[in-house]
Design a binder for this molecule. Structure first.
Ligand SMILES: Nc1ncnc2c1ncn2[C@@H]1O[C@H](COP(=O)(O)OP(=O)(O)O)[C@@H](O)[C@H]1O
Ligand SMILES: [Mg+2]
Length: 269
């Protein structure tokens, strides 16, 4: 849309988990390191939490892409269904297994035997449950806990990565049997002001920009309104680039950012 006007090769602020646009903030780096540590050392379940749009799913993608091929049998459930039978079936399918027609306990047993089979073959099993905050009842969370088979030689045969919004922490806490087994808690917070600016600059550069068209005050406004959340930063910057282009402005000013669609509508009314 506005790419030619701003001399960009591609749109810089798409809300997609595109690895080319990855910006390694301190928190994102730390999160990757902890994930690697948990999986390499088989430390048991990882609880990865952070606000919506903070980059949890992208970090998981990046982490999974870095795993050596063949050594891991990975199942990623992208949007966990709150119903245990549904999520157990989904996990089996994502491991390439046809789920049986039985209920929870049979599905759980099927998963455990798949894990043991992997263990015998020397393959690591990894299960990423994204959107795990959707699972609300202790009973359903306990069903996740039951997936964790006994350790072999002091090590877990499954690395479970539970990913969700911050409220997941309290929910997991309400199921002590699961909470006590969490090996590595990881929290992803918002970007600082400096990181927000570096995030914007990184994305602009990767999209081919030869200069930063955002004025410093516009970048401050992006940070304030987005509260440092990458998904919000993308939405605000994309809208601001469009608005400034429509005005044929040479720079993106604070008011291009501050006037979101709703605010603009309110001003017109
Ligand atoms: N570290 C990052 N580098 C580049 N883009 C990011 C980063 N973190 C998040 N994003 C952007 O924000 C969007 C939302 O992130 P996502 O991982 O879906 O958040 P969450 O899963 O926490 O809701 C991503 O699609 C991506 O475009
Ligand atoms: Mg997500």
């Amino acid at each position: 849309m506005y790419e030619a006007y701003w001399n960009l090769r591609m749109p810089p602020f798409e809300n997609r988990p595109d690895p080319r646009f990855f910006y390694g903030s301190r928190a994102h780096h730390e999160c990757l390191t902890r994930l690697r540590y948990a999986v390499n050392r088989r430390k048991g379940p990882v609880l990865l939490t952070g606000p919506a749009g903070s980059g949890k799913t992208l970090v998981c993608h990046r982490f999974l892409a870095s795993l050596p091929r063949g050594a891991y049998d990975v199942a990623v459930v992208p949007e966990l269904d709150p119903d245990p039978e549904t999520f157990l079936r989904e996990a089996l399918r994502r491991w390439g297994q046809e789920p049986g027609s039985g209920g929870r306990s049979e599905l759980g047993a099927q998963i455990r035997s798949h894990l043991l089979e992997n263990h015998r073959r020397g393959v690591e099993s990894l299960l990423v449950m994204d959107g795990a905050h959707a699972v609300q009842t202790p009973e359903a969370l306990n069903e996740i806990r039951l997936l964790l088979p006994p350790r072999f030689g002091g090590r877990f045969v499954l690395t479970l990565v539970l990913v969700g919004r911050p409220e997941l922490v309290a929910r997991v806490r309400s199921v002590p049997a699961l909470d006590q087994r969490i090996g590595v808690p990881v929290r992803l917070g918002p970007l600082s002001r400096e990181e927000t600016i570096r995030y914007v600059l990184t994305r602009l550069k990767r999209a081919g920009a030869g200069r930063c068209m955002f004025r410093p005050r516009a970048l401050d406004t992006v940070h304030q309104l987005s509260e440092g959340l990458p998904r919000e930063i993308n939405t605000l910057c994309d809208a601001a680039l469009l608005r400034a282009y429509l005005e044929r402005a040479p720079f993106v000013e604070a008011h291009h950012v501050a006037l979101g669609e709703e605010a603009a509508a309110a001003t017109c009314a």
